[in-house]
Design a protein around this ligand. Structure first.
Ligand code: ARE
Ligand code: CA
Length: 464
């Protein structure tokens, strides 16, 4: 007998960091659509300062959609091709500031700019000059006024309360919507009063997704909760908690705390293992350690909290290094397909990490479809291994230790042999056989014998 039908799990997304539009389009068709991703977050599409560093993308000089990642026509084509592949596009919207360059220059579309002057768009009167710190830079994150009216690393801070500024920002976002994007990551949302963001968002069509970047910081007055009235927020607490047991082998069951402390409500939370900032900063588990990274992503996608976004960038040794580019500074196309195995060694310097092609990721997206909204039940810990069930629909098991471990978990899944989607992928069960490992449920118990630093997941529809 089948358990009662449940609602769908929130559709998972993927951040394709600094990947040019033509490559994102191909990735939607070849990998993201087939794997089961619902949306892709791109790097900022705005015209920006020239330079080889990735972060030039975060220094707009106009709202033209012409960047090192591609032209307006290429962006529009990408959005259409991704949508046709079942993948919505979320654009990274840099609207808190313009470039921080003190010297005049020319942007990636040829626009001339000076600090605080962007012809036809913004002039000096459109910017904050906070006067609270020596150089007008934010120095103290415990001061709301500094954080929202001073400059984030010298970036010219727009007066987002001004109707003229709001009008230009809305025009930019509407332009992107006219090309078919489903919504926006709001970069540096913490640095704009929530009321200002709310006023901008209020003008946009209903259903536009708004994902605010508000990094939760201990003791800071500006909290992600302020930004949930008009959209979702990236919940940085989640990643911090997620990877702790992978490094310590000590498991704390998040289901024992409801609501989770220092987490926004599940339906407002965008959750992740890492992003382009944290992989260069606070993240303790990244693609540089692929085995633990796989475990972290299996836990992320297997959870019932929040809307997950997987991260896909490139390996780097220099924090500032941009993705490989041609002589004119345009990012080079890159492709991930075909990959047949989950990675166990990191990509070479400058190479894409391509996690979206790992069988485990498609397998976990299939897991999410099979378990829907089934709640996560309290887990079972065995040494460095840990397993939890999504109520009678699926089980996730991980072993963070180096030695093999067996974890046994009571389950409501029917007896039988199940194909593991972490090693077997989305099509783990094919023609009645398992592409990867198999695990048995017998007498209301599932037994997972796991090698060191491996994970497994089974679900109702992966039963042989
Ligand atoms: C670069 C240079 C700077 C230079 C500047 C202007 O590195 O030296 O002054 O250019 O010329 C990215 C890069 C920056 C880069 C910037 C502009 O990371 O290095 O500066 O682009 O090119 C805070 C914000 C948060 C922000 C992080 C980085 O709150 O919004 O800092 N994250 C977003 C993006 C970044 C991007 C920007 C914003 C700017 O994701 O990639 O910067 O558009 C505590 C606080 C956090 C704080 C964090 C770090 O955790 O709680 O709020 O995050 O510290 O300070
Ligand atoms: Ca600001």
């Amino acid at each position: 007998e089948q358990p009662a039908a449940l609602g769908e799990a929130p559709g998972a997304g993927i951040q394709l960091f600094q990947l040019p539009w033509t490559s994102v389009a191909a990735e939607c068709e070849q990998t993201l659509g087939p794997a089961g991703f619902s949306w892709v977050l791109t790097s900022p599409p705005n015209e920006h300062i020239q330079g080889a560093q990735w972060w030039t993308s975060y220094q707009p000089v106009s709202h033209q959609i012409e960047s090192r990642l591609g032209t307006r026509a290429e962006f529009a084509d990408m959005v259409q091709r991704c949508r046709a592949a079942g993948v919505d596009v979320i654009a990274d919207a840099v609207i808190n500031h313009m470039t921080g360059q003190d010297q005049p220059g020319t942007g990636t579309a040829g626009s001339a700019y000076e600090h605080y002057s962007y012809p036809g768009l913004y002039g000096p009167e459109d910017f904050h000059h906070c006067g609270l710190t020596g150089d007008d830079d934010i120095q103290d994150y415990s001061s709301r006024e500094q954080v929202q009216t001073c400059e984030l690393v010298n970036l010219a801070d727009l007066d987002t309360a001004s109707p003229q500024v709001q009008g230009q920002i809305v025009a930019y976002l509407e332009d992107l919507l006219s090309l078919g994007v489903a919504g926006f990551r709001i970069d540096a949302a913490k640095h704009m009063p929530a009321d200002d963001v709310a006023a901008i968002v209020a003008v946009l069509p209903e259903g536009t997704r708004i994902l605010s970047e508000v990094i939760r910081g201990a003791g800071e007055p500006i909290e992600p909760e302020e930004y949930t009235a008009f959209g979702e927020v990236f919940e940085f607490s989640y990643a911090r908690d997620l990877v702790q047991p992978l490094r310590s082998g000590v498991w704390t069951d998040p289901e024992l705390a409801d609501p989770r402390p220092l987490h926004v409500a599940s339906d407002a939370a965008i959750v992740f293992v890492d992003n382009h900032d944290t992989e260069r900063g606070e993240a303790k588990v990244t693609a540089k350690m692929p085995e633990l990274y796989l475990l972290a992503n299996v836990l992320l996608l297997g959870d019932d909290y929040g809307t997950p976004v997987v991260y896909s960038g490139y390996t780097f040794s220099d924090r500032d290094a941009g993705a490989p580019a041609d002589a004119e500074g345009r990012a080079l196309p890159a492709s991930c397909a075909p990959v047949v195995e989950n990675a166990t060694v990191p990509a070479e310097d400058g190479e894409r990490t391509c996690i979206q092609s790992w069988p485990a990721i498609g397998g976990m997206l299939a897991f999410r479809e099979a378990v829907g909204e089934a709640p996560r039940l309290p887990g079972v810990e065995q040494g460095d291994a840990y397993a939890f069930e999504r109520d009678a629909r699926g089980i996730v098991a991980v072993n963070a230790g180096h030695a093999a471990e067996t974890v046994t978990i009571p389950t409501g899944l029917p007896d039988g042999e199940y194909c593991d989607v972490v090693s077997g992928g989305r099509a783990a069960l094919t023609d009645g056989g398992c592409q990867g490992a198999a695990f048995t449920v017998d007498g209301g118990e599932a037994v997972f014998e796991l090698d060191g630093r491996t994970a497994a997941a089974i679900h109702l529809e992966s039963r042989r």
